[in-house]
Ligand binder design. Structure first.
Ligand code: HEC
Length: 134
């Protein structure tokens, strides 16, 4: 799975013109390539070109499930990427709310609550879920 990452990322970029017809993880790959690689790296293992400058290092994003007892915590991941007003970001992880443009869809949370969520945020989380090491 890890070895196919650059291919997926490039595919995502190449197809971004007709992005809405692609599977969510492919659209997420394009967003990842644009906004995340500087810190988390193209490998998503936290080894991007500016990673070394952070006191709290950018996380290895292929091990999110492993750190969470084998379950991908999709809602926490979306919250972390989106950021919330007033939320204390203790590391160098930026908030991407302003970059998550495009359609907003109803996301049914585990609690049953329906939350208006940018499709781009769900796509981004789907991409990360897809690259978890098992
Ligand atoms: C400027 C550097 C930087 C950029 C750009 C960046 N991150 Fe991060 N990210 C961090 C740092 C540092 C941490 C670890 C500290 C923290 O959690 O705040 C982190 C943590 C995370 C975590 C939490 C992982 C965990 O298991 O705790 C997720 C998820 C994440 N980043 C996703 C992303 C995504 C997706 C993008 C692109 C949309 C992105 N990051 C862009 C620096 C960055």
């Amino acid at each position: 799975m890890i070895r196919s990452l650059p291919v997926i990322a490039m595919l995502g970029l190449a197809l971004s013109a007709c992005a809405q017809h692609q599977p969510p993880q492919v659209r997420g790959a394009a967003f990842y390539a644009k906004y995340c690689t500087s810190c988390h790296g193209t490998s998503a293992q936290g080894d991007g070109p500016i990673a070394a400058s952070f006191r709290v290092p950018p996380a290895n994003l292929t091990l999110i499930s492993e750190r969470n007892g084998g379950v991908f915590p999709i809602e926490d991941v979306m919250a972390q990427i989106n950021g919330y007003e007033g939320r204390h970001q203790f590391g160098g992880m930026p908030e991407f709310q302003k970059d998550l443009n495009g359609p907003v869809v109803d996301y049914v949370a585990a609690s049953g609550e329906v939350i208006k969520t940018p499709k781009a945020l769900i796509d981004m989380a789907s991409y990360l879920e897809n690259i978890q090491r098992d």
